[in-house]
Design a protein around this ligand. Structure first.
Ligand code: ADP
Ligand code: MG
Length: 335
C-alpha cells in the first residue's frame, strides 16, 4: 500500500539528508505510528507519500504505483485517494463546518447527491452532527480537528496521513482524536500518523516506525514509545466486521468510478450500486476490488456543480485539488 525502498531525501542547500536509506512497507488496513524527535524526518516521509516532494534516491510506491511514474498533471487525482490531517487543522475560517467538509467534493466535481450523503455521514462519524452551521472559530480545538478529519475522509480515501494531529490539543482531546483515527482504521482505511509525542503511542499497541536524524532505527509491530505510565488509558477500539469493510470498499469503488467518469466522461461506466444497497448487500469476505459492471449506455453519474467563490490561498491546497493551471509545473509543498 505504501512502500519506501532505500529512500534518501536531501533538500537543496542542506548538508545532512533529511532521510537516508529509509525502507519499509505498510500493508492495506494497517495503523502505523511514525515517531521521532522534531527534525527526524517524519513530515518528509508524509510529503514523499503525497508526492509533494520526490526522493533524491530510492523509490516510493503508493497504492501499487511508483510515484515517479505519475505525470504531474495526474498528481491531484492521485492525492484524492489520500486524506491528510495536519497539526494546525487548516480549515477555511469563513466557511461553516458543513462547507469545509463539502468543499473538496465540490471542487472535484462530486455529484450533489453524493455530497448530500457523504458530508453528513462524515460529520456523524467524527461526532459533529448538529454543528454543521458553526464556523471554525466557534469550535474547540478538538472539534476543529474533527472537522479536518471529516474533510480528510469524506472522499473515502484508502489512506489517511496525519502529521502531528494532536500537536495543538490537550491530552484528553488528543485521546479522542487518536480513538477517532483508530475507528477510521477499523473501517479498513490505512492510517499513518506522525507524532513526536510519547504519550498514547504505547497504549495503542500498533506498529511503530521510529526515525532518528533521518534514519529508521525501529520498526516494531505493536510497539511503544517511551514511558507512558502516567498517561490515561485508552479503551481498545472494537474492530468492525468484514461486512462493514466490504461495504466501505464497494462505496469507494463507486466513488472511484465516479471520479473516472469526471476525468473521462466518454469511457466511464455508470456506477449502479447505491451506498445503502451496498451496505446491506455486502459479502462477508473483504474483496480486493468491488465488482461493478459497467452498463452499456454509459453516462457519468455526476454533473459538475457550481464551485463557490473561495480564496484558495486561504486553504493553501489548490494544487492538491487539481486547481493549479500549469499542467506540467512541479507540484510543490502545500504549506
Ligand atoms: P519532522 O517532521 O520529524 O520534524 P522534517 O521531515 O520536517 O522532520 O525535517 C527533517 C529535516 O529536513 C530537518 O532537518 C528539516 O530542517 C529538514 N527540512 C524539512 N523540510 C525542508 C525543506 N523544505 N528544505 C530544507 N530542509 C528541510
Ligand atoms: Mg514534522
Amino acid at each position: 500500500m505504501i512502500r519506501f525502498e532505500n529512500v534518501t531525501k536531501r533538500y537543496r542547500g542542506t548538508k545532512r539528508p533529511a532521510l537516508s536509506g529509509v525502507d519499509f512497507e505498510v500493508q492495506r488496513g494497517e495503523f502505523v505510528f511514525l515517531v521521532g524527535a522534531s527534525g527526524s524526518g517524519k513530515s518528509s516521509c508524509l510529503q514523499l507519500i503525497l508526492r509533494e516532494e520526490s526522493p533524491t534516491s530510492g523509490r516510493v510506491a503508493v497504492l501499487g504505483r511508483d510515484l515517479k511514474s505519475i505525470a504531474n498533471r495526474k498528481v491531484p487525482y492521485f492525492r484524492r485517494s489520500i486524506g491528510s490531517v495536519f497539526q494546525d487543522f487548516r480549515l477555511l475560517p469563513s466557511k461553516t463546518v458543513y462547507q469545509n467538509v463539502a468543499f473538496t467534493l465540490q471542487v472535484t466535481g462530486a455529484s450533489r447527491g453524493f455530497i448530500q450523503q457523504a458530508v453528513p455521514e462524515a460529520l456523524a462519524l467524527v461526532g459533529l452532527s448538529g454543528k454543521e452551521k458553526r464556523l471554525p472559530h466557534e469550535l474547540s480545538g478538538g472539534e476543529q480537528q474533527r472537522v479536518a478529519i471529516a474533510r480528510a475522509i469524506v472522499n473515502r480515501p484508502q489512506i489517511v496521513l496525519a502529521d502531528e494531529p494532536t500537536g495543538n490539543l490537550d491530552p484528553g482531546t488528543s485521546v479522542d482524536i487518536m480513538q477517532l483515527l483508530a475507528r477510521i482504521n477499523a473501517g479498513g482505511t490505512t492510517v499513518l500518523m506522525a507524532t513526536h509525542e510519547a504519550a498514547f503511542v504505547d497504549q495503542m499497541q500498533r506498529r511503530v516506525i521510529e526515525l532518528r536524524d533521518g534514519e529508521m532505527v525501529r520498526d516494531e509491530v505493536g510497539g511503544g514509545y517511551g514511558d507512558t505510565s502516567n498517561v490515561p488509558r485508552l479503551e481498545p477500539e472494537a474492530i468492525r466486521g468484514a461486512a462493514a469493510t466490504a461495504a466501505l470498499q464497494t462505496v469507494r469503488e463507486v466513488h472511484r468510478q465516479t471520479e473516472a467518469a469526471i476525468a473521462d466522461p466518454a469511457s466511464a461506466p455508470t456506477p449502479v450500486v447505491e451506498h445503502h444497497a451496498a451496505a446491506t448487500a455486502a459479502p462477508t469476505t473483504v474483496p480486493q476490488q468491488a465488482t461493478l459492471k459497467p452498463s452499456d449506455d454509459a453516462r457519468p453519474a455526476t454533473h459538475p456543480i457550481t464551485i463557490p467563490a473561495v480564496d484558495l490561498a486561504e486553504l493553501g491546497v489548490a494544487d492538491r485539488l487539481g486547481l493549479d493551471t500549469g499542467d506540467d509545473e512541479e507540484v510543490g509543498p502545500t504549506s
